[in-house]
Design a binder for this molecule. Structure first.
Ligand code: UDP
Length: 403
């Protein structure tokens, strides 16, 4: 159990004092988070730390899940891709499946929190249960250019909320309800991000049979087309013509993501002739991901679309040089040539990886800058503060709230 005091050496005493002060104003309230998976993906990652920390601050917090079958999650994955502007046909039957499972959850899920905090589209229809309490919709997706059919469908529900929360300014939409911009965060003390001994790192490398004989380039992600693992392999192949290195592509699945197996198989197939490519299907194990990130020379996140991209913050917090696509919330984290390198294509990614592998001093400087950038902007203490101020604002009538 991590205590709040333990964050003081990282963020300073005054930050923790502020959190305690704000929390006193929320005494007696219960914040109820609801999403669709307890493991895998950024939302589960954040809630697994946000909920216990709110509780430690004396704010009631709980975390509930909706239920859904295979068909439902296939539909919500289609919604997810469509909201990211990715082409794909959404049929009348898809909407029906969504509505059927939503109705079951509306019948079964208890939504008794003073503030019900709904994450992403999967549980969005629960707002039909609204009865006198406050409701927030947290959109973790980049909806700057969504499929209009899906967006308009979701709007039927969004308008029933008190407010919507987006991760980045470019994602905000014209809405008849209040909206807030709050970026996600990482927990520097969680198993995913805490310091590890060299022995632990080496043990994980040994387990996955990754020798330390050459530089390691790594992407940690769910096996999802939008994370572009095949594009990462192509970029690596381009680099490999000039620099001898290894590629690690590692990730597990999420219970609400049915596409993982297919994408993983494609990556395995593409990588099978090269012993220096390690395509790893990981069990959910934060220490192992932490170790793989720390063992890497360069971290890549070559997403085609991205909500925020927590893996980028995780890498930067470990002072790793990062090459990442200029999409979604990534440019908030990677300031080009200051806290990493942004890329726009496979060629751009391979060029940037080569540059970092050829210039260790430059790579080190970018990593160090990156760590400070994360300390100042994307740690969970800032996120807790923003959320608690948001909760308080729901009990006040102002139209504009500056966080
Ligand atoms: N992650 C994980 N196991 C995996 C793959 C990813 O724990 O096998 C974590 C990763 O470390 C990060 C989160 O899941 O904390 C992914 O968040 P991100 O915002 O990068 O992408 P999302 O999956 O939400 O699209």
């Amino acid at each position: 159990m991590i205590k709040l005091e333990e964050y003081i050496p990282i963020v300073g005493q005054s930050v923790i004092d502020d959190l305690r002060l704000i929390a006193t104003r929320l005494k007696g309230k219960t914040i109820q988070h609801i999403n669709s998976t307890s493991v895998g993906g950024g939302v589960a990652e954040i809630l697994s730390r946000m909920v216990p920390l709110l509780q430690e601050l004396g704010v009631g917090a709980r975390w509930d899940l909706i239920k859904g079958g295979e068909q439902f999650f296939e539909v919500t994955k289609k919604f997810h891709n469509a909201l990211h502007g990715y082409p794909g046909e959404i049929t009348k039957r898809d909407f029906e499946i969504f509505l059927e499972t939503s109705q079951q959850n509306i019948n079964e899920v208890d939504t008794c929190g003073n503030i019900v905090f709904i994450h992403d589209p999967q549980p969005i229809a629960l707002v039909k249960r609204r009865q006198g309490n406050k409701w927030l919709w947290r959109c973790h997706v980049d909806v700057s250019d969504p499929n209009e059919k899906v967006w308009n469908f979701l709007m039927e529900y969004i308008v029933r909320y008190d407010a919507a929360v987006f991760s980045a300014p470019s994602f905000s939409r014209r809405l008849p309800i209040r909206q807030f911009l709050i970026s996600p965060s990482i927990d520097p003390l969680s198993d995913k991000n805490k310091e590890l001994s060299q022995e632990t790192i080496d043990r994980v490398l040994l387990k996955y049979q990754i020798p330390k004989d050459k530089p390691i380039v790594t992407q940690i992600s769910r096996f999802d087309r939008l994370k572009d693992p095949l594009g990462v392999i192509e970029a690596y192949r381009e680099v490999k013509k000039y620099i001898n290195c290894r590629l690690v592509l590692a990730g597990g699945g999420a219970s609400d993501d049915p596409e993982g197996t297919m994408v993983f198989t494609q990556a395995m197939e593409m990588a099978k002739k090269d012993k220096d490519i390690h395509v790893l299907l990981l069990p959910q194990n934060d220490i192992e991901i932490n170790a793989l990130q720390r063992a890497s020379t360069v971290i890549i996140q070559k997403s085609i679309r991205e909500g925020f991209g927590l893996t980028v913050s995780e890498a930067l917090w470990k002072a790793k040089p990062v090459v990442a696509s200029n999409v979604g919330g990534i440019p908030l984290q990677v300031k080009h040539k200051y806290s990493g390198l942004l890329c726009h294509s496979i060629q751009g990614a391979s060029f940037a990886i080569k540059q970092l592998l050829n210039s260790p001093a430059y790579a080190k400087k970018l990593g160090e800058n990156g760590k400070e950038h994360i300390r100042n902007n994307f740690l969970i203490t800032r996120h807790l503060r923003d959320y608690m101020l948001l909760f308080l604002s729901l009990y006040h009538g102002e139209d504009v709230v500056y966080l």
